[in-house]
Design a binder for this molecule. Structure first.
Ligand SMILES: [Zn+2]
Length: 135
């Protein structure tokens, strides 16, 4: 009986989280001087997208983050974070499907879709150039 109630509770939380995602069509984009881990931008469902001030006019970077927002809206925030964390742990940042999808829809080359860290560092990526990316 207790297990049933716990499962019902989890189901209710996931359902509400999913419904919020369905309503949450347009992310609030906010600009910050500095983001955690020196990120250029960050999608933080259900709250919105954070972009570094210096990337305010980087439309391709924002387009990349909007793909993550679309991914969030398909599942809700809880599943989004679980899926993202699992994919990162299993495949690593460069090879994880959610990131590859975002790079593909942003127009990165096939090579850069799969070798993003290298492409960002050497300037081959169209989204951003950053020699110290992920170091
Ligand atoms: Zn991304």
């Amino acid at each position: 009986m207790k297990t049933k109630h716990i499962l019902l509770g989890i189901g209710a939380i996931l359902a509400v989280d999913y419904l919020i995602a369905r309503i949450n069509k347009t992310p609030k984009i906010t600009y910050k001087e500095k983001l955690p881990f020196n990120y250029n931008a960050l999608t933080l469902p259900p709250f919105g997208i954070r972009v570094q001030n210096k990337n305010k006019n980087n439309l391709l970077l924002i387009k990349h983050e909007l793909v993550h927002w679309k991914q969030y809206r398909k599942t809700g925030a809880i599943i989004y974070y679980l899926k993202y964390g699992l994919q990162k742990a299993i495949y690593g940042y460069d090879k994880m499907p959610m990131e590859i999808e975002a790079r593909k829809q942003t127009g990165e080359t096939k090579y850069c879709q799969n070798n993003y860290t290298e492409c960002v560092r050497n300037g081959e990526a169209i989204t951003i150039k950053k020699p110290n990316f992920r170091v």
